[in-house]
Write a protein that binds this ligand. Structure first.
Ligand SMILES: C[S@@+](CC[C@H](N)C(=O)[O-])C[C@H]1O[C@@H](n2cnc3c(N)ncnc32)[C@H](O)[C@@H]1O
Length: 244
């Protein structure tokens, strides 16, 4: 029983949950990188990185002076991030990912072979390749208009609940950086995480939490993990939480 449950339980047991550890679980490195991937990380990534010095004035990282600042946690292969910046040139998106192969996957879609040092890069995208929580702590109050958490690592065992990104201990930080009226989009196909999201967000004072959609809403570009979930017969849920 215990191992498979969401690990959330009652409101008082939610409060008693262990806080998320500062270290990050999961993989930062995958297969040995090919020469092209090494080039992308060594040459292209620095051209697109969000510099920690910009964290206190995050709009300054974008040359076009974006109207809104958005942040994606765990962009995976980058499908969603790239679709969003193409559709919303006025927004500035900070896309966060720690997994080398994922970062290379996004960069390889942006830059043709041989253009690692010179190909033009989108002005409305910046990459943060460390733990997103570190950046979130550095950002000023109310700076974000949108936050995306799409198919986060589910950590389905109850004893690993503290590793989940959406966690009661994270909510004050997320509430601090999201401006009133901002959207926080969350999707997951994992039944344990689905129950967990419902339990953690129920009665959460800082966010309006309407029931999740069962179909991907318009304006949510698909992701690789979503496609895998659908192929394998799982049913994702899509939440849009609104910062009060
Ligand atoms: C299950 S994958 C989903 C990827 C993508 N969102 C999708 O839907 O295809 C979750 C990703 O989140 C990344 N991740 C997990 N915790 C993170 C954190 N604190 N900061 C940045 N990335 C994180 C992992 O490296 C992993 O690539």
């Amino acid at each position: 029983m215990g191992e498979d449950r969401s690990g959330a339980g009652t409101e008082s047991s939610l409060r008693a949950l262990k806080p998320p550890p500062d270290r990050l679980y999961g993989r930062a490195r995958g297969h040995k990188l090919r020469p092209r991937q090494v080039q992308l990380l060594d040459v292209t990534l620095p051209r697109l990185s969000f510099a920690p010095e910009c964290a206190t004035e995050p709009f300054s990282a974008f040359p076009h002076g974006p109207a809104q600042l958005w942040l994606e946690v765990g962009f995976g292969g980058g499908e969603h991030a790239l679709a969003q910046i193409a559709e919303h040139p006025d927004a500035g998106l900070i896309a966060c990912e720690v997994f080398d192969n994922g970062i290379c996957s996004l960069l390889s879609r942006l830059v043709p072979e041989g253009g690692e040092a010179t190909a033009p890069l989108p002005g409305n995208l910046r990459l943060w390749t460390d733990d997103a929580r570190v950046l979130l702590r550095l950002l000023p109050d109310g700076c974000l208009d949108r936050l995306f958490l799409l198919f986060p690592d589910p950590w389905p065992k109850a004893r690993h609940a503290k590793r989940r990104f959406l966690h009661p201990a994270m909510l004050p930080l997320l509430a601090r950086v999201l401006r009133p009226g901002a959207e926080w989009r969350v999707a997951t196909d994992d039944p344990t995480y689905q129950a967990w999201v419902g339990e953690v967000m129920a009665g959460e004072a800082q966010f309006r939490a309407p029931p999740p959609a069962t179909e991907r809403p318009a304006g949510w570009p698909p992701t690789r993990y979503e496609a895998k979930a659908l192929r394998e017969g799982r049913s994702p849920l899509y939440w849009t939480f609104i910062r009060r």
